[in-house]
Design a protein around this ligand. Structure first.
Ligand code: HEM
Length: 149
């Protein structure tokens, strides 16, 4: 058996889209939260919970989160649900709709197209699972909650 007979490993099931790297993740997070902070609905919600001087820490955490999602870096080790459950009526349908309405165009603008689709699909799944968990917590009929996308 020669070296050329050795089968090559199977192609990755989840190839990294072209142009998707830590710099792209940084661009996504910083552009998105700059827009969130200026948004009439979401800005005050974030502003009320993240002090001005705590933003760099929040942004670094969100870079870790998106790096783990998109680049499988494993850097984020937090639990995303509890702070969202604690938001009460500030995490309702209008807020999730606005969050996604800001996130989708930002991802399409700053990421390569395949990466943007991955990021949007992940955000939609997480938003849906937050809505389910929040509805369940409130004793609502969660079968009424429809997924995005
Ligand atoms: C209604 C829409 C949303 C609102 C108002 C919201 C608000 C917030 C706020 C205020 C924090 C900071 C909490 C704190 O440090 O005390 C936070 C953290 C976070 N958010 Fe959201 N969020 C929303 C949707 C989402 C979605 C859709 C995702 C996922 C794609 C997400 C992912 C995260 C993550 C990973 C953290 C960090 C949690 C941790 O480990 O501390 N959020 N969010």
């Amino acid at each position: 058996m020669t070296a050329t007979d050795i089968p090559s490993p199977p192609a990755s099931q989840d190839p990294r889209p072209e142009g998707l790297d830590e710099a792209a993740v940084h661009r996504l997070v910083h552009t998105f939260y700059a827009r969130v902070q200026k948004d009439a609905l979401l800005g005050p919600i974030f502003g009320g919970r993240i002090a001005e001087d705590a933003w760099p820490v929040h942004l670094a955490k969100m870079c870790d989160f998106w790096s783990s999602v998109l680049l499988k870096s494993g850097r984020y080790e937090g639990r995303p649900l509890p702070p969202h459950l604690a938001l009460g009526s500030d995490a309702g349908e209008p807020q999730f709709a606005r969050w996604l309405a800001l996130f989708r165009p930002t991802a399409l603008e700053v990421l390569p197209p395949d990466a943007a689709q991955q990021a949007i699909a992940h955000a939609e799944r997480m938003a849906y699972s937050f809505r389910l968990a929040i509805g369940f917590h409130k004793g609502e009929d969660t079968t009424r909650i429809i997924p995005y996308g």
